[in-house]
Write a protein that binds this ligand. Sequence first.
Ligand SMILES: [Zn+2]
Ligand SMILES: [Zn+2]
Length: 332
Amino acid sequence: MSKVTELWSKKPNNTVVASLDNSAMSIIRHTDFLSLKPNNWLVGETIDFYLHLMKKEMDLENNVLVMDHFLTGAILEGRQDIQKKHLLKRVCLEKCGAIIGAWNLHHNHWVLVYLNVNTHTVVLLDPQKDNEMVESKVAADCFSNFFALRNERLKKQELCGKNWKPATVAHTLQKDSSSCGVFVMEMGKQLINHFPRVPSYIVIPGDIIQCRETMAMEILSGSVSLEEACQWCGRFPDTDWDGDWILCDGCERWQHRVCVGMKKEQFKNIAHVMWHCTACEEESVIKQQRTSGSEPKIKRLIDGYSQAVIAVDKLYVNEQLYQDRDTTPWLY
Ligand SMILES: [Zn+2]
Ligand SMILES: [Zn+2]
């Protein structure tokens, strides 16, 4: 069974299935990953993650700004109340050559917006429409207003006062009722791949089911290894977020004690008994015996020394012997 099939066959849970880096800033959860399954309706989190992944793979860090679907929607719906709270204060728009974002139109249809900063053109791509000049014009006005608001509130003139013009890109039309999200992801991928050029035509593969599976595989293979990350929050042990860690006997993935809501008292006694995370309990992946043998199944971060806890027999903190594997079991 492929990893995609395996994850798709599971009941929805909140574990992190892919992450773009070790910062846990860009992650995708199992529930959202399931929206790629055939005939399901894509959620914005999955579309956003995929666009970020495509940008990362093309190495376009400062050149393309992927705007999340929430802000894209607020801009295209003219919702200044939301825009004022999300003015992209830390983002330097001057540097980027393109802005891309998905919009959940009327909360039931995904469309994509693409701003070409070099030519000051705005393209709105609607999978069900074959000439979106009118929609692109509306989008151009909405973004002009956003840049003006940004200038007014932050005194950032970037992209403000430009004459944003509408444009179109021809594309394959969506034939079914559920694949607008897949279209938007594929359109986004092709626009990012062609950057800084804009393709004259976007072809969407006819086999949408295959397309969904390919995207799911791309998401998993594009992820950093999650072996060391907490499966609920996606953070890694070497980040400044400390805490106690516990290994699940079912899936053998690490998690923070607090992320599973375990009390300190229970944590102290957990090292030698079987323990399963809620995702495994849901799936009834309950093992009667530990397979990881003598490997420690808990660890505690001490000033960022957690890596050492599992790697060495004697642990020194500030040159003092903190823990000796020969004399004490790995319990604190
Ligand atoms: Zn966590
Ligand atoms: Zn588990």
